[in-house]
Design a binder for this molecule. Structure first.
Ligand code: 8YV
Length: 320
């Protein structure tokens, strides 16, 4: 029996692909590939598999008349033109919840790494420099002030972990969440002015582009640290590099970048910076859970069953 055809965007995670291949004929999308071959395939494509970093413009959706679902392996979906999908009656799904713990864990790991200079300490020992002297002192984390930019599921999970370090917690978000009991600031700059560690975990996309700019970094100040586990687009990377070079802020720990997988060379050798390769959800357990959920959404969407986790815009559009 022939399996239904679906299209996979470049770099879709292997665990997700593996699950899909058992049930579908999976075609890899190549934007520079054979146009005629794509035109022949396009009318048969009923599902589109994407990752959190995939870019799916409305123009691509328009070429897929039989498309029934876009299933994203990732909680973030800022590269998908969701309104264009809704206009075509095509739902978009993502993988919330299953990665919340991992992303929050990595946010705390980055706070500790940059404050306690863990990468430098490791190098100090490995490179045989310990006998020659001690490392410069670090910055105490327990009891410090944490500010969280974006107070959704992951932001709240970061707050719970920070509370275990006796940190005082404040946040900024589109609206105040009085039930949280934490201090709310209406702007990122106001929040930054009142914290030691500013952790960014807000969705990417146009609405948050360069939300963390020179003004916010200036407010964070020369003793403040920036941690980004959201999307590179949320931070004005040039302003950040300038702030780090000139001591406007104390340091930064970054898991995401504006032009991944490329990281500005200016950041590579800065001693007050910790860099990780967009790995917040990268554990065996979580990536498997994401693959399972993304696959289940694909199956539901292509067979007309209720979707497990449609994105909020689709839930709102169709009351699902
Ligand atoms: C993944 C992510 O790296 O969930 C997200 O939004 O950015 C990450 O968990 C990504 O989705 C892998 O494609």
């Amino acid at each position: 029996m022939t399996k239904p055809d679906i299209l996979a965007m470049p770099k879709v995670h292997p665990l997700y692909l593996q699950a899909l291949q058992a049930a579908y004929t999976v075609h890899s999308y190549n934007p520079d590939g054979d146009v005629l071959a794509f035109s022949a395939l396009a009318p048969r494509v009923i599902g589109l598999a994407a990752g959190g970093e995939s870019v799916v413009p409305g123009a691509l959706l328009a070429k897929l008349p039989a498309l029934k679902v876009v299933s994203v392996f990732g909680v973030g979906y800022d590269g998908i033109e969701v309104q264009a999908a809704i206009d075509r009656q095509v739902p978009v799904t993502h993988t919330p919840d299953v990665l919340t713990d991992d992303v929050a864990d990595l946010a705390i790991a980055l706070v500790l790494s940059v404050a306690r200079t863990l990468p430098q300490a490791d190098q100090h020992v490995r490179n045989g420099r310990w006998p020659a002297g001690a490392l410069p002192l670090g910055r105490k984390v327990s009891g410090a002030r944490m500010g969280i930019v974006g107070f959704g599921r992951i932001g709240k999970a970061i707050a719970r972990r920070a509370a275990a370090f006796d940190m005082s917690i404040a946040y900024t978000a589109r609206s105040e969440k009085p039930e949280s009991g934490f201090a709310y600031y209406p702007t990122a700059a106001q929040l930054a002015a009142n914290v030691d560690f500013l952790v960014v975990i807000t969705p990417g996309g146009q609405a948050t582009r360069h939300l963390i700019n020179a003004e916010v970094l200036g407010a964070l100040g020369s003793k403040g640290y920036l941690i980004n586990v959201a999307r590179g687009s949320v931070v004005d990377e040039s302003a950040l590099i300038e702030a780090l070079e000139s001591g406007v802020i104390a340091g930064a720990a970054l898991d995401v970048f504006a032009n991944e997988p490329h990281v500005p060379e200016a950041l590579w050798h800065m001693p007050n910076v910790v860099l990780t390769p967009h790995m917040a959800s990268a554990t065996h357990q979580t990536r498997q859970a994401m693959a399972d959920l993304a696959f289940a959404n694909m199956q539901a969407g292509t067979s007309g069953q209720p979707l497990l986790t449609p994105v909020p815009e689709c839930r709102a559009a169709w009351s699902i």
